[in-house]
Design a protein around this ligand. Structure first.
Ligand SMILES: [Cu+2]
Length: 96
């Protein structure tokens, strides 16, 4: 049976809410999640929070316009991430 299901993807929209779309995404452990920077500005996808900083779980580094970042998380849990350049940009990944 053919599947038309797209791989999980988050679009990086930029400085205005929801910043990352969808802002909260649920995926399964081991699935590939792709972040696509569709904004004209540089952004990052960095695990952690603006309050406590990067937690070291993942970090895209600088993504310029059109860049993508593929992420696979093997452990179930809730992961918060943000943009280190624009710390008000935040998003959440829920892995089951
Ligand atoms: Cu940014």
């Amino acid at each position: 049976m053919e599947s038309s299901v797209e791989k999980d993807k988050v679009n990086i929209l930029g400085l205005e809410s929801p910043f990352y779309s969808p802002n909260i995404i649920s995926i399964k452990a081991g699935e590939v999640l792709t972040f696509d920077n569709i904004d004209a500005n540089f952004h990052t996808v960095t695990s952690g929070t603006q309050e406590y900083g990067p937690d070291g779980t993942f970090d895209s580094g600088l993504l310029k316009a059109g860049d993508t970042f593929e992420l696979t998380l093997d452990k179930p849990g809730t992961y918060q991430y943000y943009c280190t350049i624009h710390p008000n940009m935040v998003g959440t990944i829920i892995v089951s």
